[in-house]
Design a binder for this molecule. Structure first.
Ligand code: FO1
Length: 329
């Protein structure tokens, strides 16, 4: 049992107690929750530690999809129909490059490419990914802290009967269809948590693990040295990205099955059990027995996790903030 000395000292909005919240994010599920959280906390009270395992080099550009989704969300320019890329972006460069015979794995918009070109330039000049992300955040006037999980290169590689491929090749080029034999976070053995992420985690008390793919969005963050030990000393609430026996979106189910795991919220809770306090699962989940979660020493809470509109995203965020309040007693 963790002993919490943390107390909330002042109020931000009626009914919501104020604190700086750390969110572990990747993919598209967690950004939806952050979108709701932004209606309850000022951006400067939000710190997002972002997966970089899906980053990819394409046509001399270093693309970091999960960081960009969070950047564009805070900048107010995210395409919220897809939950990646910039709303209203054009694709002239992409189409021209395809015509020239270049292999473009990701359909990168023109403005999006400009951001990624700027980042690539910064990295080539010797800046870390953390510094480049902070620089771009500043240009967008973003007040939240957006921090890459690591400044080292970590790449989710999927082993399929067609050979090993980058996650984006598996997901975008092959539409997630190849069988998955195994997968690895290439480079994880030599990688470190980014110093900025470590400082943020050590300073704050409340951490949300968002409803993102536990294998390729959250998994690489948790695979970094030190982080699990740090999380054990925090109040941590995780939100399941699985309802029943299916992922809400994306390839989480297929990747979990490849690891020999049942595709279920119980499996997700088991992955996180050593360092979470509360596990949020969906009210529609007819498979999960909350007692199985409580037996792991984790409080199980059923909430509506289908964040299909802004109101529902905000409501889920509000319920999570209330749970942190309960944890502090
Ligand atoms: N996802 C797709 O399914 N097709 C695309 O062409 C595509 C382009 C793309 C460009 C920039 C970017 O930041 C993300 C992009 N994504 C695309 C999303 C991406 O593949 C994944 O959804 C993220 O890595 C999260 O898992």
């Amino acid at each position: 049992m963790k002993i919490f000395t943390f107390t909330f000292t002042f109020k931000f909005k009626p009914g919501i107690l104020r604190t700086t919240m750390i969110i572990l994010s990747g993919g598209t599920g967690t950004p939806k929750l952050i979108d709701g959280l932004r209606n309850l906390l000022p951006d400067e009270e939000i710190t997002v530690i972002v997966n970089t395992g899906e980053d990819i080099w394409s046509s001399e550009v270093f693309i970091t999809p999960d960081i960009d989704t969070v950047l564009y969300l805070f900048a107010g320019i995210l395409d919220k129909t897809r939950w990646w890329s910039i709303i209203g972006d054009t694709y002239n460069t992409y189409h021209q490059m395809k015509e020239l015979g270049l292999s473009e794995i990701l359909m990168l918009g023109d403005r999006d490419r400009a951001v990624n070109l700027a980042r690539t330039d910064m990295l080539k000049k010797g800046m870390t990914l953390t510094e480049a992300t902070a620089d771009i955040s500043k240009s967008f006037g973003i007040r939240a802290a957006i921090i890459p999980m690591s400044d080292d290169v970590i790449t989710s590689m999927i082993e399929t009967p067609r050979g090993q491929m980058h996650f984006q090749e598996f997901w975008v080029t092959h539409k997630g269809t190849p069988d998955i034999l195994s997968f690895e976070y290439r480079g994880i053995g030599e990688a470190r948590l980014s110093p900025a992420a470590k400082v943020a985690l050590e300073k704050e008390d409340c951490v949300i693990i968002g409803p993102s793919n536990p294998m390729t969005s959250i998994g690489p963050i948790l695979a970094l040295p030190e982080i699990k030990e740090i999380l054990k000393t925090k109040k941590v609430i995780a939100v399941s990205p699985i309802i029943g026996n299916e992922a809400v979106s994306g390839p989480a189910g297929k990747l979990m099955a490849a690891k020999g795991l049942d595709v279920s919220s119980k499996s997700v809770a088991a992955l996180y059990k050593d360092f979470i306090d509360v596990f949020v699962y969906d009210i529609r989940d007819g498979v999960l027995n909350p007692e199985d979660i409580e037996k792991m020493g984790i409080k199980a809470v059923a909430l509506d996790t289908m964040m299909t509109d802004e109101e529902r995203r905000t409501e889920l965020a509000r319920e999570i903030l209330k749970l942190f309040n309960l944890l502090s007693v």
